[in-house]
Structures are given as C-alpha cells and as structure tokens.
Design a protein around this ligand. Structure first.
Ligand code: GLC
Length: 553
C-alpha cells in the first residue's frame, strides 16, 4: 500500500528528552526547560528534527510528571510558560520542532476533577471510573501495571476507582464526552503555543469495556488493551483538534500489528506512528519483567521482521527505538557494555536507524550511556522500582537478589543525568542531582565525544545524516534475510535500482562467513569497524559488528 507518510516523516529523527535528567539551568538538581534551550546547539549539531519532552505539567511528581494535576500549566520545578515559549522559538530557529507528552489515560488524584469527584460531585465522578461496592470485594481481579490491585477503595464515597498505574493515577472515563472535550481543549491550547507534535502516553488503554469482569487468564489487560472504541476516540480527537499530519506518536502497550496499522496508516487519520514494546520483552523470562534472562536474539529478529514487514504491508509506520525513560540502557542490555562498549552501542544504533520508520534517540543513548549501577535501594527514586522491590522481597527473594533484578530492570537505569562533562556533577547541575550519576561519566560524556570523530556520538550523527541524504533509508521497502546464526540480524532496503544490505551481530563470534553472498560491487555506507572483512564474496562479522553496504542494481 502506498503511503504519503514516508515522504513526511521518513527522513526525520526524534530525540527524547527526559526533562528532569537532561540539563539543570538553575542549580536545584532537577533538569528544566531553560536547560534544554541551553543545549539546543548540541541537538542541532546531532541533526535531530523533533524533541519529544516528557511531561512538565503541574504534578505531585509521584510518577515523575506522568501524574498530571493541571494539563495547561507548567510545574514551577521545570520553569515558566515564558521559558517554554522561548524554547519553542529558539528550537524553531534551528529547524527543530517540539513535541509534548499528553498523558490522557489518567490524571493525578490531585487534579481538580478528581478532587471534585472525591468531594461527592457526581458529574466529576463520571470523569473517572468509579464502581459501587464494599471494601472487602475488589470490583475485578485486575492488576495495576505498577504492582498490586488496579482498584482503590474510597471509604467516604463507598466506591472503588480504577487505576491501571499508580494509586495516585486515576483512569479517565473516555466514554464521557465531556472528558473528551476537556482533552481536546488541552491539545488546542498547546498547539496554539506552536508545538509541532504530540506523544500520547499509553493511549491504546483509554477505551475500557462496557462491563467489568474478572480476568481468569491474566491481569485484565485483554479487556482494555486496544479497547472497543479506541480508534473512534482517536479519530475524533485528531479531527477536532486538527493535528492530522503533525508529528504524532502513540505509546501502545501490549498491542498488535493490525491495530498499529490502523493507528498509523495515514488513510485512517489517527496518528503518524506507533511505539510497540514487543522487542523489548525478549529478555523477560516467561514474559515477566522482573524475572531475568539473557536477551533472546532469535525472537528479537522475528519480532523486528514481523513488525517491519507487517507494518509496511498494511501502510503503517513504526517509531524505531531501543530506549526511553522506562527502559534500561540498551548498551547494557543487548551486548557487552565493558569490553565491546563502543561496538555494541554503534551496532544497536545501526540496526534500528536503517530500518523503515522514524528513529527515536533517547537522551544519552547517543553517548553510549550505560545502566546506573545502583547497589542500594536508597539510590532508587522510581515508584515502580520501589513497589517491585517490596513485592520481590514479599515473594521470598533476598535483598541481594531483589537489587540484582532492579539493577537490570529498573526504569531508573535510564533516568540518571545526561553526562555532559567529566566533572563531578557531569556538567548536569551545579547543585545536588535528584538521582545519582554513574562513575563512568568521567569517560562517557558529551564533551569528550563531540570532539572525537570516532566516538559513539559522531557515529549517531552520521546515521542521522544518512537518513537525510539517502531516500533509500527514508523511503525504501524492507525485507529481512535468513542467516544461520541466531545472533545476527540482516535485512535489505530497496528503492528503485538501489539496495542496502544491513548486518548487525549481537555476539562476539557470529560463526564464520555469513551465508549471504555479497560479491564485490558494493559501497560501504557505514559500519563500526574501519573496513569490511571479506572472503570469497562473503562477509565475516567481528564482535558486535554492524555494517551497511549499498548495491546499485
Ligand atoms: C507510560 C510512561 C511511563 C508512565 C506510564 C503511566 O508508560 O512512559 O513513564 O509511568 O505511562 O503514565
């Protein structure tokens, strides 16, 4: 299916800013909006087109801003409306658009709507999902994604309310047209400020079932994931706010290819692209995030193949990413972050940046930042991590085992401050950072890497540049290739007479020459080794090597 999306977003790259950890301009230890403005030249130099900024709205910060108490006001912790206007304008001068993060599945329980609901106002109770009952009986057995039941009892009302996330994040009732209108106002407000796009938090969970029932197979997600009215709600939101064609992306939890085609095919007028997370569960033992396992690269390859080829066939568009503020650092997760640190970081980048879709770079990934290396529970800040620490202990794990699990899986792994410089605060703040800074900032930092043509940063910059200079990358078709080693991912992009072969090895030894004959008539477009190791027309991949070869047919 033809899609106009390719020409619209295929050559774009998005950079994600986790605001509290990006850059602190006022010395309070928390990143802020002016801190972004100070670093715009760095971002322009990297070549990115959009900045997705995580929520800076008024919030009690229980879930670091994903618990919004006022959608149209900026939390003083992060700055002022004037700061944001300055950022939008300064970014615009550098050809960079700002994307805001809309958390519309739930509000903070400190939001005025929820407060009114608690005070007994039934019109506002209908903004949320309340159920009559008694304190001894949960309405359903659904689980919160942050651990424990998804319902909380309110004694003063004699009712339960639904929270798919933290107890301080109450799910909104999208069946109520008033709720939808309120949220449309929010979009119109920010659009009026000149932002160029939106990321929609867990947006495929907004449509709940007509009747609430126990889930005898799971945690309840099958009843509300890609729910019955989600496509119509999105179409309505997009049409009424006029954001069709803007840079919009939906975060889709446990979704399917068919649904993501509908969310992102331009003819549906929903979103420009979707995030899915299936490829980031290949190291979950039995599908359990808190059970450790080495990544299964064969399933990673199968998932990439299914999603890349499937979305292409249906005219859908993928957001390409390894990392965000909810995921551990990929270089520590999918490779070797000590002996082959640079090779791993560059291999991972090559693997997804040359796919079909729009790449996202999560702050610090372009420097090869690693997991946090925390070894005490006091170092963690994240609500999910703290909840699960308790749950793991309750399950009988020792504190050492629980800490080992957090060290691999905690969301705080990617929330440590961006390592700008080798000094003791990593150039992030002059004050006390809100969360610890890994010791390796002494060597892994922007100051050193921007100056070094062989750094991970310079490699990312080249990849971003290639997407802009080669229509084959921005617009080409994609096909995955079979390779004997289940630690190697290989695919081909084609456009007109041109073909690009991309190889990525997730291991030290891929077991000899690849079974893909490449001959001699190629041009090496990029790679994380200085040359191509060839023998009899075949390539042999070195530890964590990635390579892209162009052929003209
Ligand atoms: C998304 C956000 C995550 C947040 C959750 C609830 O998954 O990325 O940080 O905790 O939604 O809003």
């Amino acid at each position: 299916m033809e899609s106009s999306q390719e020409s619209r977003l295929g050559d774009k790259v998005v950079y994600q800013i986790y605001l509290r950890s990006f850059n602190d301009s006022n010395g309070d230890g928390v990143g802020d909006i002016r801190g972004i403005t100070q670093r715009l030249d760095y971002l322009a130099d990297l070549g990115v087109d959009y900045l997705w900024i995580t929520p800076f709205f008024v919030s009690p910060q229980n879930d670091n801003g994903y618990d919004v108490a006022d959608y149209q006001a900026i939390d003083p912790l992060f700055g002022t409306m004037g700061d944001l206007e300055e950022l939008i304008s300064e970014a615009g001068k550098r050809g960079i658009g700002i994307m805001l993060d809309m958390v519309f599945n739930h509000t903070s329980t400190s939001h005025e709507w929820f407060r009114r609901a608690l005070a007994g106002d039934e019109a506002y109770q209908d903004y949320y999902i309340f159920r009559e009952g008694d304190a001894g009986h949960l309405p359903t057995n659904w689980a919160s994604k942050f651990g424990g039941p998804a319902w909380e009892w309110v004694p003063s009302l004699g009712k339960w309310y639904l929270h798919l996330f933290d107890v301080s994040q109450a799910d909104l009732n999208w069946e109520n047209p008033k709720v939808r209108e309120e949220l449309e106002d929010v979009i119109r407000f920010w659009k009026g400020k000149g932002v160029k796009g939106f990321r929609f938090d867990v947006v495929n969970l907004i449509s709940k079932p007509a009747a609430f029932e126990d889930d005898d197979e799971g945690d309840g997600r099958r009843f509300y994931t890609d729910g019955r009215h989600v496509h119509e709600f999105l179409k309505e939101l997009v049409a009424k706010t006029g954001i069709d064609g803007m840079a919009t992306v939906g975060e889709m939890s446990s979704t399917s290819i068919d649904n993501c085609i509908r969310y992102s095919n331009p003819s549906e007028h929903e979103l420009a692209m979707t995030f899915n997370f299936h490829h980031l569960k290949v190291d979950y033992k039995d599908g359990e995030k808190w059970e450790l396992m080495d990544p299964d690269i064969a399933s990673l390859r199968r998932l990439f193949r299914n999603w890349q080829e499937g979305m292409e066939a249906g005219g859908g568009w993928n957001a390409l990413f390894w990392s965000n503020h909810d995921q551990p650092r990929p270089v520590s997760r999918f490779g070797d972050d000590t002996r082959y640190w640079r090779q791993t970081a560059e291999m991972l980048a090559t693997c997804i940046h040359l796919m079909r879709g729009t790449p996202y770079i999560y702050q610090g990934e372009e420097l090869g930042m690693t997991n946090a290396g925390f070894s005490s529970i006091d170092e963690y800040r994240d609500v999910e991590s703290k909840n699960y620490y308790r749950i793991l202990l309750d399950q009988g794990k020792t504190p050492e085992e629980a800490l080992e699990t957090l060290a691999a899986r905690s969301r705080d792994n990617s929330r440590t401050p961006v390592q700008w410089a080798p000094d003791d605060k990593a150039g992030f703040t002059t004050g006390t950072p809100w969360i610890g800074i890994p010791d390796n900032h002494v060597t892994i930092n922007a100051e050193a890497e921007v100056a070094d043509p062989d750094s991970v940063w310079s490699y990312y910059r080249r990849l971003v540049g290639l997407r802009k200079s080669m229509p084959l990358i921005a617009e080409g078709d994609i096909r995955f290739l079979d390779v004997a080693s289940d630690k190697v991912i290989a695919y081909e992009r084609t456009l007109g007479d041109e073909r690009l072969l991309v190889l990525a090895s997730f291991c030290e030894d891929a077991g000899g020459p690849l079974p893909i004959p490449v001959g001699e008539g190629f041009e090496r477009v990029i790679g994380n080794y200085p040359d191509v190791l060839m023998g009899e027309g075949r390539v042999t991949l070195r530890p964590y090597e990635a390579l892209a070869l162009r052929f003209a047919v």
